[in-house]
Design a protein around this ligand. Sequence first.
Ligand code: 13P
Ligand code: SF4
Length: 322
Amino acid sequence: EIEKAQSKARIKQLLKERNAVLVAHYYTDPEIQALAEETGGCVSDSLEMARFGRDHPAQTLIVAGVKFMGETSKILSPEKTVLMPTLEATCSLDIGCPIDTFSKFCDEHPDHTVVVYANTSAAVKARADWVVTSSIALEIVEHLDSEGKKIIWGPDRHLGSYIAKETGAEMLMWQGDCIVHDEFKARALTELKKQHPTAAVLVHPESPASVVALADAVGSTSQLIKAAQSMDNDKFIVATDRGIFYKMQQAAPDKTLIEAPTGGNGATCKSCAHCPWMAMNGLTAIESALEQGSDQQHEIFVDDALRLDALKPLDRMLDFAK
Ligand code: 13P
Ligand code: SF4
C-alpha cells in the first residue's frame, strides 16, 4: 500500500511535469480510474476517450486502455505525444482482423460500404468507409441502411448480428469476437435471473445473441452505466467486463450489482469477465511510461499516409455523433 501511494504521487508529479493527461477506459482497474479522475483526466467509453484526448490541451496523452485506443488518439491528434502503459495491451478483435485478409474480403464486395468497429488497427480503419464504437454503431448502420447501402461489418460478429437484427440492414459479417464477452452464458444467466427476480439484466452487445436476448438493456459501457442509474430496479445483473463496476456503483450507489455468469454450470468464473489486456494498465506501467517518455515501448506511432486514410472514417463517426 505504501508503494502504491508513492507510485500514485510520482505519477501525479510526472503528469504535471510533462503536461500530460491520463485517459482511462472503464475496464481498467478501479485505482487507475480513480487516478484519472483525481488528476483531471477522464474515465469513459472508447468514443468519449477519443473525443476527450482530441479536445484536451495537454501535449501528452497517456492512454490507459488497449492499443487501438492509443492509435485512435494518435490519428486524431498527430501533434500530441501519445503514450501507453504498455503497447502489448491489445484486443482479440484487433488480432482476429488482420489487414491483408480483411482487405481481400472488402475487395471481393466492392459494392458494399465498409463499417468497422473501433477495436481494430489503424490499417483496418484506413480501409473502411466508417468507424463506429458500440455507443453509436446502431444509429450509423440505421442511417446507412436508410440510404439503401449494403454493408460489410467487421470484426465483432456478436455486435454485428445484434445490429443487423435491430436495423434489418443487409450486413456481410467478419467472424471476430471478444474473448471476454464471448464467455457469458445464457443458460446460467437464466438461472441467476430466477434467483434475483427483481434484477434487470444489462448486456454489452459484444456478448453472444443468446445472452443479448435475455437483456433488459443493451449498450456500450457508458450506456450501461446510465441504464443502472436511470432504471428503477434494486438489482442489476451485468454482462460486461467487471472493471465497469467501479463507476457503475458510483452512479447507482443504492443498487446491488451482480456479475453475469461466465463459466458453465451457473458458476461465476472470477477471472473470466476481465480483459487480460486492460489488466496490463497497472500503476507501475503508467509510471514507467511517464518516466521514459517517448520510446519504443510506450509511444504510439502511426504512419502519416495511413493516418490520413484512417482519419476520414473516424471523423465521419465523430461528426455523426455531434
Ligand atoms: P465501449 O466503447 O463500450 O467502451 O467498448 C469498448 C470495448 O473494448 C468493449 O469491450
Ligand atoms: Fe477487446 Fe474484449 Fe478486451 Fe474490449 S474487453 S478490449 S473487446 S478483448
